[in-house]
Design a protein around this ligand. Structure first.
Ligand code: 0GY
Length: 289
């Protein structure tokens, strides 16, 4: 089974930037291996196998200590590969699952024991079929006793329509990849301002300042994405997370070098204090406390 996008970088460069002790890569995935953990029959893309061993060795190579592993659409609601990776990592990883509304309390507790601390609601139309909002709301109710948060993934044009729904969720919400702004429009465009205002008005909403490789128009130079991430880090220093997004599913423009992605961090978080919050204190508070 061949992947339908570019493979991940086989030998990323060693980053020049040294992350603080205890740094967390708060957005990455494991895929398969397919012979052990098959992909979902209705998936919208077929990924490259990306094992837990490869993820953990990248973590060490980049100078990070922990991972937050996020269930991706290609595995549907079968979280077996994620749970397997969490069990192998012990205290060094936490997870975000995608669950079926019929999931039982016992199954949720089992996931919690393995290290899951959130569920992901995916609204990206090229990745998933539409899920009715009531279904998401029923999952949100079910996870409440566990104190989990909700990760949402959507694209910028869909934000306006989603705001009333987001406001209905009374748990912590983490928005993937800065709400995927159109960087060509510039950091002062009303669309990005809407996103910034959403965070300003809702102290329970966090965001990942991740995935310049998907947002840039000038790969592999990500400088056009920097002002967006920097603005969020400086304005909401205690509600931002950072992640590699390894193994970068669905990349068609270029193969991102993970070392290069790490080297973007001091541009978006220019002080040691901001870096400590972004890479250590915020993810530890959300996933390990
Ligand atoms: C990401 C991005 C993508 C894929 C998924 O669930 C997924 O399949 O999240 C994407 O294609 O933008 O966050 O890794």
């Amino acid at each position: 089974m061949d992947a339908d996008y570019l493979p991940f970088h086989p030998s990323p460069s060693k980053p020049k930037y040294q992350a603080p002790a205890g740094a967390v890569d708060a957005h990455c995935h494991v895929f398969g291996p397919a012979d052990q953990f098959p992909y979902h029959p209705k998936r919208k893309y077929t990924p490259c196998d990306a094992s837990k061993e490869q993820l953990f060795s990248l973590r060490d190579f980049l100078g990070f200590e922990r991972n937050v592993i996020v269930q991706a659409s290609c595995h549907g609601t079968d979280n077996a590969a994620l749970i397997d990776a969490l069990n192998a990592a012990g205290e060094l990883a936490r997870g975000v699952a995608v669950v079926d509304p019929a999931i039982t309390e016992a199954e949720l507790q089992e996931m919690h024991d393995a290290g899951v601390r959130g569920v992901r609601f995916n609204f990206v139309k090229r990745l998933v079929d539409t899920t009715p909002k009531e279904v998401f709301l029923s999952i949100a109710e079910k996870i409440k006793p566990l104190g989990w948060h909700i990760v949402v993934y959507f694209e910028a044009p869909d934000l306006e329509g989603l705001i009333p729904f987001l406001k209905q969720l009374d748990s912590v919400i983490v928005v993937d990849h800065m709400g995927r702004p159109d960087v060509e429009k510039g950091v002062d465009h009303p669309d990005f301002e809407r996103f910034v205002n959403l965070l300003a008005d809702n102290p329970n909403i966090w965001t990942k300042v991740s995935c310049p490789e998907r947002l840039t128009l000038q790969a592999p130079d990500y400088s056009d994405v920097v002002p967006f991430a920097k603005k969020l880090v400086e304005r909401f220093p205690d509600r931002v997370l950072w992640g590699t997004d390894w193994p970068h599913p669905n990349m068609k423009s270029h193969v991102p070098d993970d070392g290069h992605l790490v080297d973007v961090i001091p541009q978006i978080a220019p002080t040691a204090e901001l870096q400590q919050a972004l890479l250590v204190d915020n993810p530890m508070r959300l996933y390990w406390s």
